[in-house]
Design a protein around this ligand. Sequence first.
Ligand SMILES: Cc1cc2nc3c(=O)[nH]c(=O)nc-3n(C[C@H](O)[C@H](O)[C@H](O)COP(=O)(O)OP(=O)(O)OC[C@H]3O[C@@H](n4cnc5c(N)ncnc54)[C@H](O)[C@@H]3O)c2cc1C
Length: 399
Amino acid sequence: MRVLISGASIAGPVLAYWLTRFGHEVTVVERAPQPRKTGGHSVDLWRPALDIVERMGLLSAVRQRSITTERTLAYRPGVRRPASIDNTKIFTAVSDRHLEIMRDDLSEIFYDATRDTTEYVFADSLASISESGDVTFEHGRPRRFDLVIGADGLHSTVRRLAFGPESRFTDWVGAYLAVASVPRDMARDGVIIAHFDVGRTAMMYTAPHLQDARVLFLFRTERPLDYHHRDADRQKTLLREHFAGHVPRWLAELDQTPSFYFDSITQVRLDTWSRGRVALVGDAGLSPGPAIGASTSLAVLSAYVLAGQLAEAAGDHVRAYAAYQSELEEFVQRSRAFARGMAKTLLPSNRLGLSLLVNGTELATRLPSGMTRWLATLNSGGVRLFDTFPVRDYQPPTP
Ligand SMILES: Cc1cc2nc3c(=O)[nH]c(=O)nc-3n(C[C@H](O)[C@H](O)[C@H](O)COP(=O)(O)OP(=O)(O)OC[C@H]3O[C@@H](n4cnc5c(N)ncnc54)[C@H](O)[C@@H]3O)c2cc1C
C-alpha cells in the first residue's frame, strides 16, 4: 500500500520504519524545511519504547546519545540550602528500563534510520484529504495514497482536515511548557539545577555531548493565554511575566536564545483515532500532554502498534485501525490520568505542596534503594505504569 505520513519528528519516522519493513511504500511530508533540530528538552523513553527501539536495531545509537542527570539540586524561595535529589535512584525505582535523550537527537536517529527507504518531502504540508485518498499539498502536486496518517503533533493538520477544529479535541491541563537554549557554562554536567515555586518551576541542565544547556520552564495559569503557537516573541513576553522575580539570569537569556520551544500542556481526546483512510498516531491523536506524561514513548508505541496491526490485517485498514485503538486505548487513558496528577505535583498550588514535593522527594531518595523501589511499586497505577505495557510481536499472515 502507499501510505502518506504527515510529520517527521518521533511518531512519523518510527511509523515509516515499520511500514516499510512490512512492505509498504511510504512518503513522509514535514512542514519544517529540514529535520528539526530546534532544541526541545530531554524526553523519557520507558520500557515499551526501548523494546521497540531495540527491535529497530537502534538501541546502541540511542544509548550513545542518551543523557544522565545524576542529581537535582532543588531550590525553593526562602530556603538557602537546596534539597539534593538522587535522580538515578528515582528512575531505577520507577522503571526497570528507562533512558533519557534529547528530543532532537532521538528524532534524528529515527530519521537517519528511514531516510533511504522512505520518501521524505520537507517544507510542505497537506492542504486537503478526500475520502478516496486524493490529497493536495500547500506546494507540491496533488497525489493519491491508500492511507493517510497524522503524526503531526498537538496542532495536527491531518486531525483538523479529517476530524475538525483543534478546540473540539484538546483539553488544556492548565499549564504551559517552554524550553530555551542557554550558554553551556551556566550549567554543570550531570546536575539539574531546579527552582521550584508555587505554580512555576524552572530547571537547567546540560550533557557532555551538548554544546549548550537547556532551561525548562513549567508554569500554571488560571486561564488559557492569548498567543499564536508560532509567535515566539509573544511567548517569551508571557514567560517573562510569569517568571518575574524568579530565575532572572535564565530569563535574561531569552533575548538571545538560538532555540526556543513553547506550548500549552494539552491532552488530545478523540472517541475514535481514525476516520475513513485517515488515522492518527503520537501527539496528534493521543497526547497525554508534553513534559508531564510519556508522550514520546506513546509516540513510538502508537506508531509501532499501528504498523503491526496493519500488517496483521493484511492491509485491511478498517480492521487494523479498530484493533490499533482497542489495543492502546486503556493504556492511553491511564497515561492521561497519570499526566494530570504529575502536573499537579510538579506545579504545586500552595507552599505546603511545594515543601512536600521538594522535601518528600529528597527524603525518598535518601532511603535505601530497596525502600525507594518498594514505595514506587506501591503506586502501580502511577509511576510504574509505563513499564507495564507488553509490546507484542506482529506477524503478517503468510500468503
Ligand atoms: C521542535 C519540537 C520541540 C519539542 N520539545 C519538547 C520538549 O522540550 N518537551 C516535551 O515534552 N515535548 C517536546 N516536544 C513534543 C514532543 O516531541 C512530543 O510530545 C512527542 O515526542 C510526540 O511526538 P510526535 O512525533 O507525535 O509529535 P511532535 O514531536 O510534536 O512532531 C510533530 C511533527 O509534525 C510536524 N508538523 C506539524 N504540522 C505539520 C504539517 N501541517 N505538515 C507536516 N508536518 C507537520 C512538526 O514540525 C513536527 O516535526 C517538541 C516537539 C517539537 C516539534
